[in-house]
Design a protein. Structure first.
Length: 317
């Protein structure tokens, strides 16, 4: 079995572990089945498996359980995001809060979080527990900082980068770092793969912001959702900073407006350089990710990290 197929097989084992390990109580069972029937990209779990693949002596069951932890943490954050954003869909299907209630969304998210921490205790590595505890705390900080950024036209690009790191880059970083910790890797390997994954995660978030500015949904959720909710993301902020007084006034009318003409708004943002500037920023983080990947001495791991960065940069959904 070649390496790529091996990782795919390991991801199937991660998925199998997650799906089989839940209580039989009807409500929880229905919620859990609904959440995990959509496969998703599992990029964070893949990062775990790539990072921990260097040492063949490490027990496979611990590598699978570790990747499941990351996937569970990520899934819980998505469910909570949907509640906060009142999002009707996730990955192309109705969200938990849409089919059930916000309370169901909050509680099943908490349930999935707690399941992840049970797995952490099973693995029994205090360094991993510490890193993931800090990571989940940072993710929560990111969500809270973003709430303060709603309709905030004084926000800076650097503040958006901080939000991108906390919201997305942090779990990418933790996935790779804890994978390396699991195999008792040296400090050089831990740093290089962690830095690569961190910048890969920020790149992923930047591309998410770009994909939101599409005429047709390609990411399983409504387009222009962030704009309609008053969330200032990279395309809008770059456009706003590039605009003159009258253009700024027009942008203020668009921000938070639920009834926009998507085609006109996209053209307006594009003409002000919002899309181009955001694409350039994505390329900047791609280069940062590649820079760290090139320092990884294990050729197979290096190649896989470079491939993930290329996928993130070029993805259309």
């Amino acid at each position: 079995m070649n390496r790529k197929n091996k990782i795919q097989e390991e991801l199937r084992l991660v998925e199998s572990l997650i799906k089989k390990d839940f209580v039989k109580e009807k409500t929880i069972s229905e919620l859990y089945s609904h959440i995990f029937k959509s496969k998703g990209k599992k990029l964070r779990a893949r990062l775990c498996l790539i990072s921990s693949s260097r040492n063949k002596k490490i027990c496979l069951s611990n590598r699978i359980k570790h990747a499941a932890i990351i996937e569970l943490l990520h899934t819980a954050t998505l469910i909570h995001d949907d509640v906060v954003d009142n999002s009707p869909t996730r990955r192309g299907v109705k969200s938990v809060n849409n089919i059930w209630t916000n309370a169901h969304g909050v509680l099943i998210g908490d349930y999935i979080y707690s399941k992840a921490f049970i797995y952490m205790v099973d693995i029994g590595n205090n360094k991993i527990l510490k890193e993931l505890s800090y990571a989940t705390n940072d993710i929560s900080q990111g969500e809270l900082i973003q709430l303060d950024a709603i309709n905030n036209l004084n926000i800076t690009i650097n503040k958006l980068k901080k939000i991108s790191y906390f919201k997305t880059g942090r779990l990418f970083e933790a996935a790779a770092k804890t994978g390396a910790i699991l195999i008792n890797a040296n400090e050089e390997y831990i740093k290089n793969i962690s830095d690569c994954a961190k910048n890969l995660g920020i790149l992923f978030q930047i591309k998410d912001d770009l994909l939101d500015y599409s005429l047709k949904s390609k990411i399983g959720k409504p387009t222009f959702q962030d704009l309609k909710e008053g969330k200032i993301t990279y395309p809008f902020l770059y456009a706003y900073k590039n605009s003159n007084f009258s253009e700024k006034e027009e942008l203020k009318k668009i921000l938070g407006n639920k009834k926009i003409n998507k085609k006109n708004v996209l053209s307006f943002i594009n003409n002000l350089g919002g899309i181009e500037n955001t694409n350039n920023l994505a390329k900047e983080y791609f280069k940062k990710s590649i820079f760290s990947a090139e320092k990884i001495r294990n050729l197979k791991v290096k190649q896989e990290m470079v491939e993930l960065a290329e996928i993130a940069l070029n993805r259309k959904k």
